[in-house]
Design a protein around this ligand. Sequence first.
Ligand code: FAD
Ligand code: NAP
Length: 348
Amino acid sequence: MADGIPVTMPTPEIPAQLAGANTLALPCEASALLTFGDDDALLDALVWCEKAQLRPLVLGEGSNVVLPETLRRAVLRSADQSVTVLEDRADGVQLRVGAGKNWHALVTECLAAGWYGLENLALIPGSMGAAPVQNIGAYGVELATFVAAVHGVDLSCNARQTLTPEDCAFAYRHSVFKAALNGRFIISAVDLCLSRKPETNVTYAALGERLARLQQAPTPAAVYRAVVGLRRERLPDPATEPNAGSFFKNPVLTARQAAALKSEHQGLPVYPAGQDQAKVAAAWLIEACGFKGVQRGPVGVAEEHALVLVNHGGAQRDVLALAGEISAAVRDRFGCELEIEPVVYRGE
Ligand code: FAD
Ligand code: NAP
């Protein structure tokens, strides 16, 4: 499965139009765009950025960013789609996956190879390199479970580094790459441990119910198909309705605050989230404030899903204005703060 890796850094694109490179289809002109194939090319690209006096910004497939109309930075993108087997044991494999590998393609290829674990994360848009940044998760499974190491370059010293899972400080939709290493570390490859045992996780109610309805045993292939089916039904496709997935995180409250809120609003879905903490469903809060399906000029809230903002020709300011309106309404009605999930970039 190893694909070829280009070793030289191609000529930068100056400037670069990124409207087609982010799933919200926001218009964005970046000062430059450089593609790197391996760590040497990445280091070359960083030297180029220094000479051009442009701060580097690494992007994958642009499915979790809110880009400005003008971005005075050099955007770097990995072209490394390699998948290399580092260790092959009777019970599992360890893989090294290039940052530029499309996530869903990886999940599909792993399932076909009999390397299990990633099925619940099928159809999440984006690249391998971005997956550790927010510790992608869905249907009761998180990437962190499979990560053995993260390789890349630390921009504070332009040196190669390998991080352990502990270094990555993975948490719910969070990691060190959104905290101490925010904007400071470019991931070039990720090592993943997968199992050869066809065990599955169907603890997530919607998934278990779908398999039961289809009368399917919870094999990895059945879970994969169920997740793909659920996602296609529930989520607008960025190709026709440009969006960045869930625009807000589910607020995590103290168990006491969540219980108080639930006693006032009986239908509110509340889930345990670690010791003395509980997660409340942001989509429910937004829908209860009447935003599902609303339009504000060129932007709106998806008909299918209250957590998803959709863009039809607007720019960053339009999306953020609607997000601000939603947050204010949820704060006024429920006293809950909504935090934006995608990464919002300003001009520099
Ligand atoms: P980008 O959007 O390009 O980048 C996101 C952030 O990661 C940026 O800050 C960027 O600088 C950083 N980054 C990118 N590449 C690297 C790198 N190589 N090294 C260091 N930093 C990097 N997310 C979930 O967790 N679960 C879901 O179920 C889910 N569903 C989604 C559904 C839809 C329809 C959409 C549009 C999005 C969804 N997302 C979901 C969000 C998104 O798919 C993930 O966050 C994904 O990992 C982003 O990948 P990307 O390559 O597009 O990253
Ligand atoms: P859903 O089934 O309508 O559930 C709504 C929310 O309740 C989810 O956000 C989920 O939290 C939470 N939830 C449901 N069952 C749970 C359980 N058994 N334990 C803990 N939490 C539970 O969700 P959905 O919107 O259709 O999304 C399905 C899955 O895909 C979710 O895992 C969601 O995170 C993921 N997804 C993520 C994005 C994104 O951009 N981040 C976009 C689309 C879908 P969690 O979100 O913590 O799972």
